[in-house]
Structures are given as structure tokens and as C-alpha cells.
Ligand binder design. Structure first.
Ligand code: SF4
Ligand code: SF4
Length: 247
């Protein structure tokens, strides 16, 4: 049976989503029977784009011209392009300061150094190319990544998640941190799939997986206000992982 050719690329991000794959130590031998990791600069050299790919998994947002070129090239060569992790799906923490002067930010970080790279406001992948599937999370859940690979091996794309962290949290019969502890938990607005990882440990959801489809932001903000959290605070928390939240 032909092994599927994969490209694994990292743009502006911390590499944590790619490391998640390398951390699948128990599963890697089996994965290597199914997949050829042909282009994977973080793990394999030389890293040369050659031929066509069955799928490209791309971590990170786009903030530099050469990243945009790489992304367009991966899109041209790949049957499927998958956004891996919250930075790729929504912009993530790299996009936290979008809307501020790039020149001012550059000076604050690099001073007058001439070696600073040319950058632009970080963008999610879907603002530049068509994205066939997403795996959100900062980082994503290992099981979700393995399910994606299993789906690709079967020649299909994963089914989109359409429920919130709250849905998973209630299934676990956790005490509700928002309604019973008056804590700012972003679970009602956040895409599920993590199994309510944080509320399971009595830690409020910070919204790291981005917005759940069809969430009612206005209604949620009313509830947060009743609990004593003003809109500005809630929106600022939401925008740490997804700058696209708008009223
Ligand atoms: S604790 Fe958070 S995630 Fe769990 S049900 Fe309450 S608001 Fe939702
Ligand atoms: S509970 Fe919220 S912050 Fe925690 S992993 Fe899940 S989506 Fe991310």
C-alpha cells in the first residue's frame, strides 16, 4: 500500500503543535507505516519541497513574506491543507497586538537593529489560502491529531466540532465555575474538543481553542455582566487567542 506523503510546516508560532506529533512516541512506528513525512523541517533534513503531497499540516499564522510564499506553495502542491493549532486557525497569541503600529512594536522588541525581519500583521491561514480542515488548540489535543491522521489514512477529512467546552464540561458533571463560583470561564463561547481539560481541574477555560460556531456572544456578555465581568474584560480575554472576536 502506498504511504501518504505529508508536509509538516511551521510558520509564526512556538513549534508546540509540531512537537505534539513528535511526542506521539508510542504511535510513531505505526504512523511511519502509513505516512511518509517528506517535508518536516523541524524534524528531518534536508527540508526540500518536492512533488505533490496528500496533505500539508501547517502550524502558525502568517506574519512574514517568505511564510506567505511557503504557504501558497504548500497549497499548490497538496490535496488537503490542514490548519494545525490555534495560531493557524485564528491567529493566536502572535496576533494579540494586531491593530497596533508594527513599526512601534518592532522598535520595542529589536530597537534599531538592522537584522529585524520584515513583518506584517499576523493572519490566520484561511485569510490567504483555502483550508480544508482545522485542528484547534494551544496546543491541540493529541487524540484529535491522531484522529485527523487516521481520517487522512482512510481518505476522508475529520468531521468539524460544533459544540462548546461547556457541553463537554457538563458531560463530566463538573461544578460550573461560572454559575456556581462566579469565575470568568470562557467555556460557553469556546470550541470543544479538549474534553474540558481546564474546568476538569477547577481552572476556568481561557478560550484557547477559539470560538464555537454560532455562539451567541451578545447573550453571553449579558450573563458575564450579571456575574460582574464587564464586556471589555471578557473581550480582552477572548482576543488573546482569537483577535477576530467582534461585537
Ligand atoms: S465551568 Fe466553564 S466550561 Fe464548565 S460548564 Fe461552567 S462555564 Fe462551561
Ligand atoms: S478548557 Fe479552554 S483553555 Fe483549557 S484546553 Fe480546553 S479550550 Fe483550552
Amino acid at each position: 500500500m502506498r504511504r501518504l506523503r505529508l508536509a509538516i510546516a511551521g510558520l509564526t508560532a512556538c513549534s508546540g503543535c509540531q512537537l505534539l506529533l513528535l511526542n506521539c512516541e508510542d504511535e510513531l512506528p505505526e504512523l511511519l507505516e502509513q505516512f511518509e513525512f517528506h517535508f518536516f523541517p523541524l524534524a528531518c533534513s534536508p527540508a526540500l519541497l518536492e512533488g505533490e503531497y496528500d496533505a500539508a499540516l501547517v502550524e502558525g499564522c502568517i506574519s512574514m513574506p517568505h511564510e506567505k510564499e511557503l504557504l501558497l506553495e504548500l497549497r499548490r502542491r497538496s490535496v488537503y491543507l490542514i490548519a494545525l493549532g490555534t495560531c493557524a486557525v485564528w491567529g493566536g497569541v502572535a496576533a494579540l497586538r494586531n491593530g497596533e503600529s508594527r513599526e512601534l512594536l518592532r522598535q520595542q522588541v529589536y530597537g534599531q537593529s538592522p537584522v529585524a525581519s520584515e513583518t506584517f500583521e499576523p493572519l490566520p491561514l484561511q485569510s490567504v489560502v483555502h483550508v480544508d480542515a482545522v485542528v484547534a488548540g494551544c496546543p491541540p489535543e493529541k487524540e484529535e491529531l491522531l484522529r485527523l491522521l487516521a481520517d487522512l489514512a482512510r481518505g476522508v477529512l475529520p468531521v468539524d466540532i460544533d459544540y462548546s467546552v461547556c457541553a463537554e464540561c457538563r458531560m463530566k458533571e463538573n461544578l460550573c465555575l461560572l454559575t456556581e463560583r462566579d469565575t470568568l470561564c470562557l467555556g460557553p463561547l469556546t470550541l470543544g474538543g479538549c474534553g474540558a481539560r481546564c474546568p476538569n481541574m477547577s481552572v476556568p477555560c481561557e478560550g484557547c481553542r477559539g470560538p464555537v460556531p454560532e455562539c451567541n456572544l451578545h447573550k453571553a456578555l449579558e450573563i458575564y455582566e450579571q456575574k460582574g465581568f464587564d464586556r471589555t474584560t471578557v473581550l480582552a480575554r477572548l482576543r488573546r487567542f482569537c483577535p477576530g472576536w467582534k461585537l
